[in-house]
Design a binder for this molecule. Structure first.
Ligand code: SF4
Length: 754
């Protein structure tokens, strides 16, 4: 039961006139909230008793409403004038400038001259509409979301093992399991309410043992781990191959499940056979006895849940690592049953929706862009020419490269801040400054907005209605509590306006976007997803409200949704339904339909996937003896565009720091709080040293929330220009660096004045 005193916050001196049921808009856990408002101001928040968090909230969730009324909220559109200054303009001026530029570019360069880079923070209805406009209206394939940087590997790994995206498990599995393995997932800080559920489960019926695999000694390790494996950064593949080696060697596997429901066991066994504990210890630094203990706990528990997050997805061999986790569950037959799931996590609150609706590098409802039948079916439902569809998706790193090289003339950036979040920042700045840049955002002062040619002010959480789907496939309705400030409009309104101004029509000459409200958009999405893997056809706004969200697929057969996928272990790997035709883990080569049917088609079986460990390309050496890794903190979300606006969250973590091990600090004569410079082959970061045991020797950690344009505070300055060959997710944890002491700080550091 929720504790209202703990999980609620009200602005002192305000009374709440109205409580509006909604959902937290910060992360993929999707906790239920009620928004308290007075007149047109959000003045309070409290937990709502939904199946996700039973009314619990974390620090980010409780403080998110400070953002809505912040003075940096954008209240009117702006345009860059001839003198180069951003000046206020009307919506008509702004939209005319955009549509003129896009129409002109369509004539000179075709649809490839335009690109859209969106977010993991919008609503389902907005992503669906954007994807339809871009793919079905403009015939453009240059659309991706910032989820590429965050958890794109999730979808990639699920496609490789199971044939299609879609996390199989449910949060209740954490309460029904005997063993929880968190791989690169600092749940205590990133999935706060889920962590509360896990800690409660430790005292419950199944008392799960918790294994944490993370190079850092995180808050998760300190508050709940029973076993901590601390591999060297970039060595996840060796470690997980080692665990699978021991599972097979000790016969902790389900032979019947392997035989009946998987393929490629022999190939899998041949590779993991090489990863004996002594070899794994040499590569990862994890002691043999700890590896053996982890394998024994995993292998002998009746039920296991394993999660992966950015420690996997932003590291060396990201997709391979996530695939081995999925494979580990297949080896033991631990999938589709209570307490058993490989949980490839989502990060942002609606990143699932970008993947489902086709606003990232995928097509709507997990349709395979290479399958003509899938594309014809979509074209028929949209009533458009099929030739507009089936273009190879272009991912974020590729989009920015096309922008930098001048192939993309117009970049429309929606609800995201690539000037801070992208690696290889110097190249990104050149790209942002050298194109016609539209920025659609709630705040006029983001680092990316400073490059804009046209700025569109957008509504955010609490100011619009629509759905978000969390990491357990639960779609929930967020309701509007107040109007957006000034002239700001919802992202859906902006997209509908754009489609109408561009006069986008279907084959019958009707408006392509023939709706204007979120509910109408949702109803169309239900039709588009009907009969597909993420089937929403049985959901309505009313049902979503009544039931506190519904897990897809929800249709006539499953009117109340589906708790977990693969209860019957039949996987969508047949070529007719598979979302992709398998990519090569080493090279990223995308197999064609012919190759897939000839060499692989497992006809409903899951695929056991692994590969050999490859040393990170930017490995430490004599000149750069440390490895820099980056990550998040409990108080902030990504580039702080929202969380820094909350005084409590900003005070909780006001600035960058460099975590360094006490032994290294001693050698470098660095004291806690001293200013250090971290230098890689590409750039530098400066900040106070936080000396302790958060990281092992020869590793430094830098939070990635900071990145002011005029300061060296972003670890993205350091990172190599690399991305995973399969998921195309940039490597943001792993740069060879050296550390130099600059001097004493001017004032005491923020963590020592507490
Ligand atoms: S765990 Fe995530 S969804 Fe829940 S309150 Fe915290 S930030 Fe919001």
């Amino acid at each position: 039961m929720r504790d209202e005193k703990v999980f609620s916050l009200t602005v002192p001196g305000y009374g709440v006139e109205k409580w509006t049921p909604s959902v937290c808009g910060l992360c993929s856990i999707g906790c239920g909230v009620e928004i308290g408002s007075s007149a047109n101001d959000i003045v309070a928040i409290r937990g709502r008793n939904t199946p996700v968090g039973s009314g619990r909230l974390g620090p980010k969730g409780m403080n998110q409403f400070s953002t809505n009324g912040h003075p940096t909220r954008a209240r009117h559109p702006m345009i860059r004038n001839a003198a180069g200054d951003m000046v206020r303009c009307t919506w008509d001026d702004a939209m005319t400038a955009i549509t003129s530029k896009i129409s002109e570019t369509l004539i000179t360069d075709g649809p490839d001259g335009i690109a859209f880079y969106n977010s993991g923070q919008l609503l389902l209805e907005e992503y669906y509409t954007l994807g339809k406009i871009v793919r079905g209206g403009l015939g453009c394939a240059n659309i991706d979301a910032n989820t590429r940087l965050c958890t794109a590997t999730t979808a990639a790994s699920l496609m490789e093992n199971f044939g299609a995206d879609g996390p199989p498990g449910a949060y209740e599995d954490f309460e029904k399991t005997e063993c929880i393995v968190l791989v690169g997932h600092n749940a205590a800080e990133q999935s706060t309410v889920l962590w509360m559920r896990i800690l409660a489960a430790k005292r419950g019926k199944y008392k799960p043992r918790i294994i944490v695999i993370d190079p850092r000694r995180t808050f998760t390790v300190d508050t709940g781990a029973d076993l901590h494996l601390q591999p060297r950064p970039g060595t996840n593949v060796a470690l997980l191959n080692g665990i699978c080696h021991l599972l097979i060697k000790n016969d902790w596997v389900d032979h019947r499940f392997i035989r009946r429901h998987t393929t490629k066991f022999d190939q899998f066994r041949e590779i993991v056979d090489r990863y004996r504990p002594s070899m794994v210890e040499r590569i990862t630094g994890v002691k043999k006895r700890d590896l053996q203990k982890a394998a024994e706990w995993i292998g002998t528990s009746k039920t296991t849940v394993t999660t992966c997050l950015q420690g996997v997805y932003q590291s060396n061999q990201a997709t391979a690592t996530a695939c081995i986790v999925n494979s580990m569950h297949l080896l033991m037959g631990k999938i589709g049953k209570p307490g058993c799931a490989p949980f490839q996590f989502a990060g942002q609150p609606s990143s699932m929706n970008t993947r489902e609706t086709g606003a990232d590098g995928t097509y709507p409802a997990y349709r395979n862009w290479e399958d003509l039948n899938h594309m014809r079916d979509l074209a028929k439902r949209w009533n458009i020419a099929p030739e507009l569809l089936g273009k190879k998706p272009v991912t974020t790193p590729e989009i920015f490269e096309l922008v930098e090289k001048g192939f993309v003339k117009v970049l429309w950036n929606i609800g995201t801040n690539p000037a801070v979040s992208m690696h290889d920042r110097a190249a990104r700045f050149r790209a942002l400054g050298g194109t016609f840049l539209v920025v659609q955002d709630a705040f006029f002062n983001t680092e990316t907005a400073s490059f804009a040619d046209v700025f569109l002010p957008a509504a955010i959480w609490g100011e619009k209605t629509g759905c978000m789907t969390n990491a357990e496939r639960r779609c929930q309705l967020l309701q509007k509590a107040v109007d957006p400030p000034g002239e700001a409009r919802s992202d859906l309104d902006i997209f509908v306006d754009f489609a109408q101004r561009m006069n986008l029509r279907d084959l019958d000459g009707k408006l392509l976007i023939n709706y204007s409200t979120p509910q109408e958009a949702f109803d169309e999405w239900r039709k588009i997803s009907r009969g597909t893997i993420p089937d929403y056809s049985g959901m309505t706004y009313e049902k979503l409200l009544e039931r506190g969200g519904i897990q897809w697929p929800c249709n006539a057969d499953n009117p109340h949704g589906t708790t977990r996928l693969y209860r019957k272990p039949h996987f969508p790997t047949e070529w007719e339904i598979s979302e992709s035709y398998e990519k090569d883990l080493e090279t990223g080569h995308e197999h064609t339909l012919r190759e897939y049917r000839k060499k692989r088609d497992p006809r409903g079986k899951a695929v056991l996937v692994t590969t050999d460990y490859r040393e990170p390309i930017d490995a430490p050496d004599r000149e750069f003896p440390f490895t820099a890794i980056s990550g998040r903190q409990a108080y902030h979300w990504h580039t702080r565009t929202k969380t820094a606006k909350s005084p409590l969250l900003a005070e909780g973590a006001p600035g960058v720091f460099v975590a360094i091990n006490v032994a290294d600090a001693k050698k470098l004569k660095v004291k806690d709080g001293d200013i250090v410079r971290v230098i890689s082959r590409r750039g530098a970061v400066e900040g106070p040293a936080r000396v302790g045991d958060l990281v092992p020797e020869r590793v430094v950690f830098i939070p990635f929330h900071y990145g002011e344009l005029d300061q060296n505070t972003s670890p993205n300055n350091l990172m190599p220009k690399l991305h995973d060959p399969v998921s195309k997710q940039p490597v943001q944890k792993g740069a060879a660096v050296r550390v130099e002491r600059i001097g004493r700080p001017d004032a005491r550091t923020w963590w020592s004045v507490r």
